[in-house]
Design a protein around this ligand. Structure first.
Ligand code: SF4
Ligand code: SF4
Length: 380
């Protein structure tokens, strides 16, 4: 098949890959007007859907990989078109059917996930090294919560403090939690990148492990893990009670189990991660925690459902984006404009993107970028 083939078979292929909802699009263009790429790069979802309906999809186009699955357009589409599902169908046509090449960096992450169970290609036995010296117990069937830090938190040395802070906060509140050996990546970005089989493989490993070990409740620090475990694991018969760290910590504060005597001073702004906010509706829990820490919250423009994506969703965290096209550059300028000295977020992808960008913009000296768990740990 050529890259640009006006054939009915292309239409059928996209439908078979999950793109039947293309028929519902009436080409109003709201998605293109809403998309954060609008200000950074020529990426037009409406045009992609029109081409797909006509069998004119260019599978080799960079556009196939641009959607960060931020959910902004989905909230505005007047026809309720499942736009992220359509993007996934286009990618599945590429990856599942081998029609064209995925971007090199993404292919590398997918190979690592297939071989090692994590996108960095790290040895699985090092997954819990972040917890060394903390005395976190091994999960057993009578433990209340399994703590499931995402791959970034587990393996990236710059992110380990997020896991360590979370463990410190949960311990301080007397939460009964433990960690497990043998966990794989939750598979979220794999599925968004279109590799359905690898997603099922990774999720299957986790679901089987959780069942064998008697896991009932899982606390996750990544909104991407949260969304996948809540919405996608049940399709594979993986039904567990999932809480995000910000949700659990807010509950602990409300229950009076988490005194925070070391009040934080200064101004803090909060970035709503797409998968915690727009995808999961959690806007208030992190804000309640910031208030409980003593910090003064100053809101960014835009915030909550209108928040600008950091650019890391939909597998883009594993792909190269030219600096001039990165949303996180603009988002950090919005954060700095509040006059805050600290930017708090609640997602490892956002955290990683903002920390790198703060270094690029020479903001890291006067502006600290931290996870909500790190803020609360400082207030203990
Ligand atoms: S907003 Fe919905 S109906 Fe309008 S062009 Fe986009 S997908 Fe189609
Ligand atoms: S989900 Fe976000 S990035 Fe993807 S097309 Fe919609 S608005 Fe654009």
């Amino acid at each position: 098949m050529t890259a640009k083939a006006p054939f009915q078979e292309v239409v059928e292929l996209i439908k078979e890959s999950g793109g039947a909802a293309l028929a519902e699009c009436f080409q109003c263009g709201t998605c293109s007007a809403t998309c954060p790429w609008r200000d950074h790069f020529s990426f037009l979802p409406r045009k992609m859907f029109q081409e797909a309906r006509m069998g004119l999809t260019d599978f080799e186009s960079d556009a196939t990989w641009r959607c960060v699955t931020c959910n902004k357009c989905v909230q505005r589409c007047p026809r309720g078109v499942p736009i992220i599902e359509l993007m996934r169908a286009l990618r599945r046509s590429v990856i599942g059917m081998g029609i064209a090449e995925a971007p090199t960096a993404l292919s590398g992450a997918l190979r690592n996930l297939s071989a090692a169970g994590n996108p960095m290609g790290e040895a699985g036995e090092n997954r819990n090294a972040w917890a060394e010296g903390l005395g976190v117990k091994a999960f057993n069937a009578s433990t209340e919560y399994l703590l499931f830090p995402c791959c970034y938190t587990a393996f990236d040395p710059a992110m380990k403090n997020v896991g360590r802070s979370t463990a410190g906060v949960l311990s301080a509140a007397g939460v009964d939690f433990g960690i497990l050996e043998g966990i794989s990546c939750c598979g979220e970005s794999v599925r968004k990148a279109g590799d359905e089989e690898l997603f099922k493989q990774l999720a299957g490993v986790n679901i089987q492990l959780f069942k064998e070990c008697g896991v009932r409740k899982i606390v996750v620090n990544s909104p991407h893990c949260y969304h996948t475990l809540v919405n996608e694991y049940p399709e594979l018969d993986g039904r567990f009670e999932i809480v995000h760290t910000s949700q659990l910590m807010a509950q602990l504060v409300d229950q009076g189990r988490l005194p925070l005597p070391s009040a934080i001073t200064g101004k803090t702004t909060y970035h709503d991660p797409c998968y915690l906010g727009r995808h999961s509706g959690m806007y208030d829990e992190p804000r309640r925690l910031i208030a409980a820490s003593g910090a003064e919250l100053v809101e960014m423009e835009p915030a909550r459902a209108d928040s600008l994506c950091c650019g890391g969703g939909g597998g883009r965290i594993w792909m190269e984006t030219p600096r001039s096209e990165r949303f996180c550059e603009e988002r950090l300028r919005q954060a700095a404009a509040t006059g805050a000295d600290t930017l708090v977020t609640a997602c490892p992808y956002c955290l990683s993107n903002f920390r790198d960008t703060a270094l690029n913009q020479s903001l890291s000296e006067k502006f600290s970028v931290i996870d909500i768990s790190e803020l609360i740990a400082r207030a203990l």
